[in-house]
Design a protein around this ligand. Structure first.
Ligand code: E4P
Length: 216
């Protein structure tokens, strides 16, 4: 399973990249707006930093304009993956991107039929937003497992990118169900390696080592 980082913040991307945890980056308009800088330059810098897939989202809502934006974003770097909302106009833009060879990430997916449709058209990634489903009392992992089953039934090549993850258990569950990628916010990255028994165990080892008397 690949780990993407769900942020547009360069310091955070550098931090986890240096720990060899980052296989790619996802951004969205809300995350990009937080950085308050020129979006295209920011995406270029992120691509240069990670040299791996970087999702950049269009903000138009009509297919023609979405496709024009997609072409501009894709021209920034070969690492750019264009994120399109899974709405009817987004589907039309997806078909044009597929024809033009532009990698895509279909976002705001909440049910298996949306995932089936984008795979049929040839999306590179599909992003089911798992945490947002849990937030409204729906079983996000059930949705993820149905998407996996459908994709396996038809051997679709679209990669399942588990998104909107809120905690480490989401990551474990998504891995068990066969998501190809998990995109994690920095808060979840921070918790991945954290276990109290690891911390206590190391403290004890070092304390015991400190008590050792040097041989005469
Ligand atoms: C994924 O690509 C999205 O940017 C992200 O995972 C959304 O997460 P949120 O529901 O925490 O905003």
């Amino acid at each position: 399973m690949k780990f993407f980082i769900d942020t547009a913040n360069l310091d955070q991307i550098r931090k986890y990249r240096d720990m060899h945890l980052v296989d790619g980056v996802t951004t969205n308009p809300s995350l990009a707006a937080k950085e308050n800088t020129d979006f295209r330059s920011l995406i270029k810098t992120i691509c240069d930093l990670v040299q791996a897939p970087v999702s950049a989202e269009v903000v138009s809502t009509r297919a023609d304009e979405m496709f024009a934006e997609a072409r501009e974003l894709a021209a920034i770097s070969p690492h750019v993956v264009v994120k399109l909302p899974t709405i009817p106009e987004g589907i039309k833009a997806l078909a044009r991107c597929v024809e033009a060879g532009i990698p895509t990430n279909m976002t705001l997916v909440f049910q298996p039929l949306q995932a089936l449709i984008v795979a049929k058209i040839g999306a590179t990634y599909v992003s089911p937003f798992l945490g947002r489903l849990d937030d409204i009392g729906q079983d996000s992992m059930d949705v993820l497992s149905v998407i996996r089953e459908i994709y396996d039934n038809y051997d679709f090549q679209t990669k399942i990118l588990a998104a909107s993850l809120r905690h480490p258990l989401h990551v474990v569950q998504a891995a068990r169900l066969g998501a190809d990628v998990a995109t994690l916010p920095p808060t979840v990255f921070d918790k991945l390696l954290d276990h109290p028994l690891t911390t206590i165990g190391l403290e004890r080892f070092l304390a015991d080592w400190g008590k050792m008397r040097p041989e005469a």
